[in-house]
Design a protein around this ligand. Structure first.
Ligand SMILES: NC(=O)c1ccc[n+]([C@@H]2O[C@H](COP(=O)([O-])OP(=O)(O)OC[C@H]3O[C@@H](n4cnc5c(N)ncnc54)[C@H](O)[C@@H]3O)[C@@H](O)[C@H]2O)c1
Length: 354
C-alpha cells in the first residue's frame, strides 16, 4: 500500500509542531510519509526540509502540483486557511487545517461545500479533544453525571503585546487585526474551550455576550470576553475568557460540568474533581488514574493519526468541516450580541463579516 503523503504549509510556531508530529507518525506507523514543507520564507522551508529530509517549497501551488502529496496540513495565518484549503481541494488534496477553520462563516461554508463537491476529506485541528482528561470526562464520566443543567468555562491566559502580537514582521502582519486574525481571545486562544463545551454539552441555541479590548491598546481585537449560552438540551452555560491575566504564572483554564447526579471539574489538563451522588469513590479512582500528556506535539499527533487512519480506511473523521464551524458560529454570535446588545439565536442567518 502506498503511504499517505503529507505536506505542511506554514512553518511558524504551530507548523513546526505539525512537522515534528508527522515525522514521529511516519516512524511509528505504516501509512504516513512527510513529503514536503512549505513556507513563504524560502530559507525557513529549506532549513526545515533539510532537517527532516523532505522537499522545500515556497508556495502552496508548487506543493499542490506534486502527485506524491495526498494531504495538506494548513498552519498559516488564520485568514489564509479558507483560500488555501479551497485551492488544495481544487487539486483533489485532502486538507487538515488549524483552527479557526476560517475567519468568516462564509469562508468556512465554502470549504465544507468544496470538500463535499470534490469528495475529499476536510478536518479541523481541535487537538484538545485528544487530551486524556477531556476524553475521560467525555467517554467515562459525563454519562454518570446525569442530566446536564450547567456548564462553566474560564480561560485566563496572558499574551504580551510586544512578545506575541508585535513579536516580528510575520506576527505584525496578521495578529491582533480583525481581517487577518478574525478576532482576539475567542477566535484564537478560546475557540478550543468553546469547541470542548459544545462537544461535552451539545449544540448551543442562544448566545449573549460582551467583548472588549481592555489591556492591549496596540491591537484591534478583543482581549476579554464573557458570554452566556442556552444549550439545545436546555442546559445553561457561562464563559469568561481573557489574554490579560497577570501575574502570568497564574494562567489557568477551568471547565465545570454539573448534572443532576454529580459534577466534574477540569483545571488546565487535569481532572480536578468528580463527585457522583452515592458513588464518591468513583470520583477518587478517576482522579488517581488521570493521565497526562508528555510533550506538546502529543495531541496534534493523536489528531493527525486519527485523520490519516480515517483516510486510509475510508472512514469519516469526526472533526470535519461541519463540526469545526460550530465553535466559529458561536463566536460570531458573541461578537454580534456584543455589537448589537442582543441575544442571538443560532443558526446565524446572516453572513457577518467580522
Ligand atoms: N491548534 C493550536 O493549538 C494552535 C496553536 C497556535 C497557532 N494555531 C493556529 O495556527 C495558525 C498559525 O499560527 P502560528 O502561531 O504558527 O503563526 P506564525 O505567525 O508563527 O507562523 C505562520 C507561518 O506561515 C507562513 N506563511 C504566511 N503566509 C504564507 C503563505 N501564503 N504561504 C506559505 N506560508 C505562509 C509564515 O511565513 C510563518 O512562518 C493560526 O491560524 C493559529 O490560530 C493553532
Amino acid at each position: 500500500m502506498r503511504k499517505i503523503g503529507v505536506a505542511v504549509v506554514g512553518l511558524g510556531v504551530i507548523g513546526k509542531v505539525h512537522v515534528k508530529a508527522l515525522k514521529e507518525l511516519e516512524k511509528e506507523t505504516e501509512y504516513v510519509k512527510l513529503v514536503a514543507v512549505v513556507d513563504q520564507i524560502s530559507a525557513l522551508a529549506e532549513d526545515i526540509a533539510k532537517q527532516y529530509g523532505v522537499i522545500p517549497y515556497s508556495t502552496i501551488d508548487d506543493a499542490l502540483r506534486n502527485p506524491e502529496i495526498d494531504v495538506i496540513t494548513i498552519a498559516t495565518p488564520s485568514y489564509l486557511h479558507s483560500p488555501q484549503a479551497i485551492l488544495a481541494m481544487e487539486y483533489g488534496k485532502n486538507v487538515i487545517t488549524e483552527k479557526p477553520m476560517a475567519t468568516t462563516l462564509a469562508g468556512a461554508k465554502e470549504m465544507i461545500k468544496k470538500a463535499e463537491k470534490n469528495g475529499v476529506k476536510l478536518g479541523v485541528i481541535f487537538q484538545e479533544r485528544y487530551s486524556p482528561d477531556i476524553r475521560k470526562l467525555k467517554y467515562e464520566i459525563i454519562d454518570k453525571l446525569g442530566k446536564l443543567y450547567l456548564l462553566e468555562a474560564e480561560l485566563k491566559w496572558y499574551r504580551d503585546e510586544k512578545e506575541y502580537y508585535l513579536r516580528d514582521e510575520i506576527a505584525r502582519s496578521w495578529r491582533g487585526m480583525w481581517n487577518t486574525e478574525g478576532g482576539g481571545v475567542l477566535t484564537n486562544q478560546g475557540i478550543h474551550t468553546i469547541d470542548l463545551l459544545l462537544w461535552l454539552g451539545g449544540e448551543v441555541e442562544e448566545v449573549s455576550g460582551f467583548i472588549d479590548n481592555l489591556t492591549h491598546p496596540s491591537i484591534e481585537v478583543e482581549d476579554t470576553a464573557v458570554a452566556i449560552f442556552k444549550f439545545k438540551n436546555r442546559a445553561l452555560g457561562t464563559m469568561s475568557q481573557t489574554v490579560s491575566m497577570r501575574p502570568k504564572k497564574y494562567q489557568n483554564r477551568k471547565i465545570r460540568i454539573y448534572g443532576d447526579r454529580g459534577y466534574a471539574e477540569i483545571i488546565d489538563r487535569q481532572i480536578a474533581s468528580v463527585r457522583i451522588e452515592g458513588n464518591e469513590e468513583m470520583g477518587s479512582s478517576v482522579l488517581s488514574k488521570s493521565d497526562t500528556i508528555s510533550q506538546d506535539t502529543d495531541l496534534h499527533k493523536e489528531l493527525f493519526k486519527d485523520f490519516l487512519k480515517a483516510l486510509s480506511e475510508e472512514r469519516n473523521f469526526p472533526i470535519d468541516g461541519k463540526e469545526g464551524i460550530k465553535s466559529l458560529e458561536v463566536i460570531k454570535a458573541i461578537y454580534l450580541s456584543s455589537m448589537n446588545r442582543q441575544v442571538i439565536k443560532l443558526p446565524l442567518e446572516v453572513n457577518i463579516v467580522i
